[in-house]
Design a protein around this ligand. Structure first.
Ligand code: IPM
Ligand code: MG
Length: 372
């Protein structure tokens, strides 16, 4: 009998800590259900990362996990960290010791964080009702492997007078700015065609270069797009004043770290936000290798209780289908099923605002029931 599936998705599953494993289980159920409808098969294996990997292997990112990721076309990541590992030195904390090396190893230079607030959930936003009555739809494109996170020198030394001195270095090269700008251009063309590049060009050399390279790239490759530039302090303010003035926000690593958390909170629940980190390398499908993860963290207080919101993990899986496997229809189907489930009242505790709520597994079933 011939295989009815014409595409096999080979990805590494890294559920991690806290609610990671239970929301990952839902994402896998949704992916399998989508596979039946869209003719793809799933070939995945699960590996320790984060705190559980520290416990089981003595490292937040063991070689066995790294090897499995290297042999895959994408990584579906859960979340890492928790109270058990909080007292480790900063460099050994699960978040930092797992995520930063993964980003570096797979050259995941572009981080896409869609900030979506569905109009039916607009009460969840801390912003004024009139500001978010129609929901929020902003995409943050953050450079992820450069800037002050990785620039050298990076050190702490003791000076002759006995003081300590710590140094971080912010570095950007033209090529790093160009490639992330390309990602923003592609995204903006699929949206409303507007990019706001955020920098601190009134103070930082890296930002002066950033602004110039972004402008040149847009002029050369996408003059039809509307490009604006904004200083980061102003952008932080404008995001809470009127988030929908933005469509695509393009920014460097640390500014993006900060602004994307701001975007997440104005969208209400962290349990809803997915993200994609796209790599410089192509996978065996000729698409970018990528890491896909929810923005919400491990929520240790509700872990193991079947209460967590699986939507961000499910939506991250949808982003994986879109970007690393080129399965746009399947991705849309999942995203629409999540929206429909919410619109029809399937809400986990974090978004139910004291009203009736569903469990993690019930939310998963509600999503699967709404797949076309
Ligand atoms: C994020 C996180 C990470 C970052 C931390 C955990 C290293 O805040 O993904 O935004 O700063 O990039
Ligand atoms: Mg962050």
């Amino acid at each position: 009998m011939s295989d009815p599936h014409n595409k096999e998705l080979n990805f590494a599953t890294l559920p991690g800590d806290g609610i990671g494993p239970e929301v990952m289980a839902i994402a896998m159920d949704v992916l399998r259900a989508a596979g039946e409808r869209h003719q793809f098969a799933i070939n995945t294996s699960s590996h320790d990362v984060g705190g559980i990997a520290i416990d089981n292997h003595g490292s937040a990112l063991p070689d066995s996990t790294l090897d499995a990721c290297s042999n895959a076309d994408a990584i579906l990541f859960g979340s890492v960290g928790g109270p058990k590992w909080e007292n480790l030195p900063p460099k050994e904390q699960p978040e930092r010791a797992a995520l930063l090396p993964l980003r570096k190893a797979f050259r995941l230079y572009a981080n896409l964080r869609p900030g979506n607030l569905y109009p039916e959930l607009s009460d969840l936003s801390p912003l004024r009702p009139q500001t978010v009555a129609n929901g929020i739809d902003v995409l943050c494109v953050r450079e992820l492997t450069g800037g002050v996170y990785f620039g050298q020198p990076k050190s702490t030394t003791t000076l002759e007078d006995g003081q300590e001195e710590a140094i971080d270095t912010m570095v950007y090269r033209t090529s790093e700015i160009e490639r992330v700008t390309e990602v923003a251009i592609t995204a903006a063309k699929l949206r409303s065609g507007k990019i706001c590049s955020v920098d601190k060009a009134n103070v930082l050399e890296t930002s002066v270069l950033w602004r110039r390279v972004v402008a040149e790239k847009l002029a050369a490759e996408a003059p039809e797009l509307e490009l604006s530039h904004m200083y980061v302090d102003n952008a932080a303010m404008q995001l809470v004043r009127d988030p929908n003035q933005f469509d695509v926000i393009l920014t460097e690593n640390m500014f993006g770290d900060i602004l994307s958390d701001e975007l997440a909170v104005i969208c209400g629940s962290l349990g809803m936000l997915a993200s994609a980190s796209l790599g410089a390398d192509q996978n065996s499908h000729g698409q970018p290798f990528g890491l896909y993860e929810p923005a919400g963290g491990t929520a240790p207080d509700i872990a193991g209780k079947n209460l967590a919101n699986p939507c961000a993990q499910v939506l991250s899986a949808a982003l994986m289908l879109r970007y690393s496997f080129g399965l746009e229809d399947a991705a849309n189907n999942i995203e629409n099923a999540v929206k429909a489930a919410i619109r029809e009242g399937a809400l986990t505790g974090d978004v139910a605002q004291g009203g009736p709520s569903v469990s993690t597994t019930e939310m998963g079933a509600a999503i699967i029931a709404r797949l076309n």
